[in-house]
Structure formats: C-alpha cells, structure tokens
Design a protein around this ligand. Structure first.
Ligand SMILES: Nc1nc2c(ncn2[C@@H]2O[C@H](COP(=O)(O)OP(=O)(O)OP(=O)(O)O)[C@@H](O)[C@H]2O)c(=O)[nH]1
Length: 814
C-alpha cells in the first residue's frame, strides 16, 4: 500500500483523490467511468461492498463521489463561463459596429430585491438592506427602488428594463433620471457604456473561472471577542498552534496551512502592513518566524497585517481537515469582532476566495450586536454559515440555551436554520486537545464531520454557486438585450423596407421626369426662339420695305432740300430702330412667358426643392448693339434729290440729245420730257424738227429742270429708302438683328432651364444617396436581426444548461 501512495509527487503518497480517480477513471474531467468494478485488492473496492465497509470507508467513498460530482459541475461551469465569455466578446464586437439598443424604461413597480433569487435565496425580511457585491447574487445589482416614472414608447416593458443584472448601466447622473439620460445620450454613448459593462463582466467571468479552477478552499473562522476562535482552530488541528488567552489576543488574520505547502517546514510568514502581495516563493514579501514566536507577533503587533502559519497535521487524511486528500484547505483565524474590526472582517469574509464562514459565538453571550450585524452583512453573500456555539460546557441549562440560540439563527439566517443539524453545533473546544471528556470530544467529532462535509461536499455551493448565479445573470441580461434588439432590428428592418418601397418608385419617377422635363424645356425654348425670330424678321423686313411710305418730314422748298434729305434719312433709321425695339419687346414678353413655364415645371416636379430665382425682363437687350445710326454708312449726295428711273428711253434720241439727255437726265432727271420730245420728232419730220429742235430743247430743258426740282420731295425718300435698303441688305441687317434678339432670348431662357436641370440633378442625387443609405441600413439590420436571433437562442440554451447544473449533489448517507 505504501508503495502505491509513493507515486504522488506532491503528497509523497497516493492520495484518496488519486484513488478516486482510479475508481472513476479521471480525477478532474468530470466524465469518469463507473464506480462499479474497481480494481483487485484496492482499498476502494471495499467501499463497493457496503456490508464490509467501515465508517471511514463510507466517508472516503462519499467524499470521492462528492468530488466527482463537484468536478463534473466545475468542468460544466468552466465550459459555460468560456462560452458566455465568447458570446459576450462577440456581442461587444457587434456592439461596436451596430450600437445595441438599450432599454431606457424605468422601473414602474417596486421590485423585491431578492425576487428572482435562485441559489442565493431570500434572506429574512427583517434584515437591514444587504451589502452588495458585483452581482454574484441574481438580484444584488438592482438599483434602489425609485419613484414611479413615466414609461416611454420603447420596445421593452418596464419589467424587462428592471430585470438587468450585470449589464445594467449606471445612469444615475445629475438631476436626470436614467430614462431621460438614455434619451439625452447618443446611441453610441449608450453603446460605449455598455461596452464598458461588458468588459467588466468579462473580467469578472475570468476571475470566476480562476476561482472555480482553484482547488484550494479557505475557511474563515470569525466571531465575537474571546468566543474561543483560536481554541476552536487548535481543536480542529488537534494541537495548540494559535495563541489562546482569556483576554482578547488575536489582533491579525492568521491563516493556517498544511506544512507540505511550505516544503514540509513548520514556520510562519508575517506579511508586513502595506507591503507587496504575499508570494511564498519571494521572501521579500514576508518575514519568517518559528512557530514559538507566533504568540508574540499575533497578540500585539503593529507591523504585520496577516500571518501564514504552516503546520504539520499528523492525523490521517480522513480525519484531518487540512490534509483531507481532496482539497487544500486553509483555516483563517480572524480577530474577534468589535466595532473596529467588524468592517475589516466583513470585507475579508466577502472576498472571493473565502468559501466557508465559520462563526464562533460564546454560548454564554449568545449573538451580540456585532455578531448579528456581521451575519446580516457579510454572511448574506454566503447564504449558509457554519455556526459554532462554543464554551457550551459553561452552560447549565443547555436545552434552553440551544433553543434560544436556534431561534436567533432562524431570524438571522433562515437557510442555516433549516439545516441546523449540520450547520449549528454546540461544543466545548477547550476539551478536545486533552481528549479527556469523551462526550465533548464526540460532540466535536460530529462538528468536524459536518464541517468536512460542509467544506468538501457542499463547497459547490460556496465555490460554484456564485459562478452559476453570475453566469445566469449574464445570460439573462444577454437574453433580454438580444430580445430587445431583435425586436428593434425587426422594427427597423420593416421600417426601412417600407421606406424603400416608397422611395424606390419615386426615384424611378424622378429619373423619368428629369428626361421628360429636360426635353420639354428644350422644346419650349426652341418654340419661343422660333416665334421670336420669325416675329423680329417679319417686323423689321416689313418696316424696311415700307420705308418711303408716308414720310412725316416736311419739305420746305429747294433751299432746304438737303436738310429735308437729312431729316428723311433720320426718320427712316428711326423707323427701323423702332421696329427692332418692338421686336425686342415682343421677345421680352415671350421670354418672360418661357421663364414662367420653366419655373412652373420646376415647382410641379420638385416642389419646395426647387428654388425660384427672380427674373427681370427689363434687363434684357440693355446693351444697344443694334443702334443703326452708328452702323449705317449711307451719305446724302446730289443724286439723292433726283430720280432718273426712265433713262433708258432717253437713249433713243439723237447722239447729242442723247448725250445731253443722258448727261442732263443723269444730271437733272428729265426723262418724261425727253419722252414727249421723242414722240414729237417722229411726227413732225426731220426738217421741221431741225428748226424746232433748239427751242424745243430749251423748253424741254427748262421744263425738265422745273419738273426735277418739283419732284425733290418724292425723289429723296425714294432714293434714300432704296440706298438704305441696299445697305441693310448688304449688312444682312434683318437676319442678324433677328438672330441677336433670338440669341438673347435663348441665353435668358437657358438660366432657369439650367437651374431646373441642376435642381433635378440635386434632387435625384439626394434620393439616390437616401436609397443607398437605406439599403445599407437594410443590410445591416438584416445581419443584426440574424445575429440577435442567434444570440437569443444561444443565451437561452446556455441558460438552460447552466440552470440544469445541480450543485447540491447526490445525497450520500454517511
Ligand atoms: N470553558 C471554556 N473555555 C474556553 C472554551 N474555548 C475557549 N475557552 C477559553 O476562552 C478564552 C479565549 O479563547 P480564545 O481561543 O483565545 O478566544 P478567541 O476568540 O480566539 O479570542 P480573540 O481572538 O482574542 O478574540 C481562553 O481562555 C480559552 O481557554 C470552551 O469551550 N470552554
């Protein structure tokens, strides 16, 4: 047997846990084989035959079954923690991309602080408000009840909002209520607050993981001053290690550990106040003393905050608490509770690594005020407390004392009272080491067995329950957030799809309208310009063709003939000028109509998006490029006063006459006289003609001259009109002016047309951008909806499997 135990490097002999591993197949996996069919002559085999099993065997067997169960739960919880952490990380990542909705509804009803408690259970209604830790009990993060506030039209019910445990945002800032604050904050700010909460939760999950993987269990022994805590610890160790005194003596926390954790050397390490964290492998973190010095250091000291005492426990593994073979246990003897130490001890008791709190009270004193306060506060975290009523030997009426103390336990910790047989013990610790009083020793043995069970078999409650509770809280929060966000994304998705259904056809319509309107505008401009051109051409041409009609210029005789010609020319040019101005006026009106038409198209299709710009028709044709007086070069000369329209007929007369006629005709314009003379020559014959010719010529000359002079008022307008017309024709005056007027119209109409096109472009671009954004939101919402749907299922299934973990373990009769 000894050779088998020698296999274990740490213990130096094979431990019962290793033995259990052989029975169950795997020490730590939680997936061991059956206990049935153990190996050969192994001591464990004896356990399989209840008839032959001793009490010690049964206890050992029970411990192993309990350990197996513990390991199964531990592994399952470890997996769940890893899974939850993974889910949280993904949620955090998702939250950074798609800020999660967070319910902003305030609690509407008063929530009982422990309403949803599962493993932590409801403590006494008489208890003062419990001290709270970072959500290791299901309801301990619920914020203090607040007055009823108005609910908001959000997607969650007030009940959901109050259900947040771990991921509850601390929004109690300033005068704003949390709901107002959620509204006043940007969605991204909420998301970043949530991000912080998730990071905290991830840290806590990792601490819980470490804690459940830690095989050590710490038992804190606390109680009233002088209740016999040190004596009780010594009794558990079966040797006097800690100083005992009638006066208060323990001034610092004394942690008793197995000497094998210190290379089997019995000594103690004193950790200086404000020194670095204790590390057994780093001597700079503590001072080493022999055990004999313990009393000196512990009783009165102002240098050390804590001591670690390494002692050998000579008892066998099934008897020793420190060396129990299953789990490393450390006993911590705390200073007696008084007003000064109460808080420190309460804080110490609430530390994560404390798995069990043993409360020692003196049977003579019952529960003092400090004891009650401690149990209300610190013990609330642990739910179960192991109560040792010490110095029971000093009590005469033991039954009465038991009854009274149990009554007090019932009101202080109902759960502990429910299991009082296991958890409340009346003993006399000072009688144990001597071992003289068998009855007292048996009583203490019973206590010790219960304590072993409590620590070893029920440590699932103390070690695993906080992890289970916290996990359930996280998963429940994730479930709530997933549900809220699934609904939110679904609503967002249908909203954005509705919007797209509305916007997309509108967009198509706008694109079509833009082409149509653009064509219409072009056509309208073309039509206006054609009308304007035609009108201008017609007006100016007709004016030019009627230039010599009805001259209003007065002819004042031969001596003012030149002035008459000048005035006539001026009047003619003015007439033409007026026709041009009239054409421009017409063009102005047409343009104004065209502009109005374009604007009405803008308003019709774009509504308020189309901004009308003022059109001022009076500014059209302001540059007088068309001033005729400057461009017409026509000068008045002598020929403008005489009209020789009939000169070809004068050419048929005698050469001289012809010459004279031509010269005179050219000079004086006497064609009608020459005409008459020609006819007379043919009638009279050549002789008579010869006699008559000279006087006739003279008469004709005089008559012609008279005629020419009298014809000046008619000849001047005719000749000038002809000359001006010719020059205007050469200048292509009609066309170029009509063109100029039309161009101006086109240019002016071009402005509103361009504006309309630009407005259309802007509007379509805006619609396009909106559609792109909506499509993006649609895609993101689809992804988010799918994600939150998955998260909801995942969180629910994780929650179900964590809830299914039975930490109590199988009931094993010992
Ligand atoms: N009669 C009797 N006396 C006890 C018992 N247990 C402890 N004592 C005595 O009570 C006194 C105080 O015991 P300690 O163990 O020092 O008490 P403590 O609670 O550790 O004291 P502090 O740590 O200083 O608060 C000592 O004189 C012990 O001998 C007991 O069961 N019966």
């Amino acid at each position: 047997m000894a050779s088998q135990y020698a296999q274990n490097p740490r213990r130096g002999s094979q431990s019962p846990s290793a033995l259990a591993a052989r029975i169950v197949g795997d020490d730590d996996s939680g997936y061991g084989g059956s206990v049935v069919g153990g190996e050969g002559d192994h001591p464990a085999v004896a356990v399989l035959n209840p008839g032959q099993a001793t009490d010690a065997d049964r206890r050992l067997w029970a411990s192993h079954v309990s350990q197996l169960h513990y390991n199964q739960n531990r592994v399952a919880l470890g997996r769940s923690i890893a899974h939850a952490a993974d889910t949280l990380k993904k949620f955090q990542h998702n939250n950074s991309k798609w800020p999660a909705h967070y319910p902003s509804v305030q609690r509407m009803v008063e929530a009982p602080s422990l309403a949803r408690s599962q493993s932590s259970g409801a403590e006494s209604a008489h208890s003062p408000p419990p001290m709270r830790r970072s959500a290791t009990s299901q309801s301990d993060t619920a914020s203090p009840q607040q007055p009823t506030t108005t609910s908001e039209p959000r997607l969650v019910t007030p009940q959901i909002a109050q259900e947040f445990n771990v991921l509850k945002l601390d929004l109690k800032l300033g005068a704003l209520s949390p709901s107002e604050l959620v509204h006043s904050l940007e969605k991204s700010s909420i998301a970043s607050l949530l991000d912080g909460k998730i990071s905290q939760s991830l840290k806590h999950l990792s601490a819980l993981r470490e804690r459940i993987d830690d095989t050590a269990s710490k038992v804190l022994v606390t109680g009233d001053l002088n209740a016999g805590k040190s004596t009780f610890c010594n009794a558990l160790l079966r040797k006097k290690v800690l100083p005992e005194d009638q006066q208060p003596c323990t001034s610092i926390f004394c942690e008793v550990l197995d000497a094998r954790d210190n290379a089997s050397v019995e000594e103690f390490h004193a950790i200086p106040i404000d020194g670095p964290a204790y590390d057994r492998n780093d001597e700079s973190t503590y001072d080493v003393y022999p055990l004999e010095k313990l009393e000196e250091i512990v009783v009165e000291n102002d240098r050390y905050s804590q001591v670690k005492i390494y002692v050998e426990d000579a008892r066998s593994v099934d008897q020793s608490l420190l060396r129990n073979g299953v789990v490393d246990i450390a006993l911590i003897d705390a200073p007696g509770l008084n007003l000064d130490s109460l808080k420190t001890t309460a804080v110490f008791a609430r530390q994560e690594e404390i798995d069990v709190v043993v409360f020692v009270l003196s049977a003579e004193n019952h529960f003092t005020l400090s004891a009650k306060e401690f149990i209300w506060n610190a013990a609330h975290e642990k739910a179960y407390i192991f109560i040792v009523v010490n110095r029971f030997d000093n009590i005469r009426d033991k039954a009465r004392c038991q009854r009274l103390i149990l009554e007090q336990v019932a009101s202080l910790s109902p759960r502990t009272h429910q299991d009082a047989k296991e958890l409340v013990h009346f003993v006399s610790s000072n009688a144990v080491i001597d071992g003289e009083d068998t009855a007292k020793c048996q009583e203490f043995d019973k206590l010790e067995q219960s304590l072993r069970r409590f620590v070893l078999e029920k440590r699932a409650r103390s070690k695993l329950a906080p992890a289970k509770t916290y996990l359930l809280n996280v998963l429940e929060d994730l479930e709530t957030l997933a549900e809220v966000n699934k609904e939110a994304t679904s609503a967002e998705l249908s909203k954005v799809r509705d919007e797209l259904d509305k916007i997309a056809p509108e967009f198509e319509k706008s694109v079509k309208a833009r082409t149509e309107v653009s064509e219409n505008v072009d056509n309208s401009i073309d039509e206006t310009c054609t009308t304007v051109y035609k009108h201008a051409r017609k007006t100016i041409t007709s004016t030019i063709s009627r230039l010599n009609e009805k001259s209003t210029v007065k002819y004042d005789g031969l001596f003012s003939a030149y002035a008459f010609a000048e005035a006539t020319k001026k009047a003619m040019l003015e007439k033409i000028q007026d026709s041009v101005t009239a054409s421009e006026g017409f063009a102005r009106t047409q343009t104004a109509q065209g502009v109005a038409q374009i604007k009405s198209m803008g308003v019709l299709h774009l509504g308020s998006e189309y901004v009308e710009k003022a059109f001022r028709p009076e500014y059209m044709f302001s540059r007088k490029k068309h001033l005729l007086s400057k461009s017409i070069k026509t000068e008045i000369n002598a020929f403008d006063f005489f009209d020789f329209d009939k000169q070809e007929k004068v050419a048929g007369m005698s050469l001289s006459l012809t010459v004279a006629t031509v010269a005179g005709g050219q000079m004086f314009g006497i064609s009608s006289w020459v005409d008459g003379l020609w006819k007379a020559t043919s009638f009279l014959g050549p002789k008579t003609t010869k006699k008559l010719i000279l006087p006739a010529i003279l008469i004709a000359g005089v008559a012609g001259a008279v005629f020419l002079v009298s014809d000046i008022p008619n000849a001047v307008p005719r000749k000038l009109a002809k000359k001006i017309r010719k020059e205007l024709e050469e200048m292509d005056y009609v066309h170029s002016n009509s063109e100029r007027i039309t161009k101006e119209c086109r240019k002016v109409l071009g402005f509103p047309a361009d504006e309309l096109r630009a407005a259309f472009h802007k509007s379509i671009e805006k619609q396009g951008t909106t559609i792109d954004e909506k499509r993006r939101t649609e895609k993101e919402s689809e992804v988010a909806f799918k994600y939150f749907g998955g998260l909801l299922k995942d969180a629910a299934s994780q929650k179900k499997s964590v809830m299914g973990l039975d930490l109590e373990g199988p009931a094993i009769a010992l």
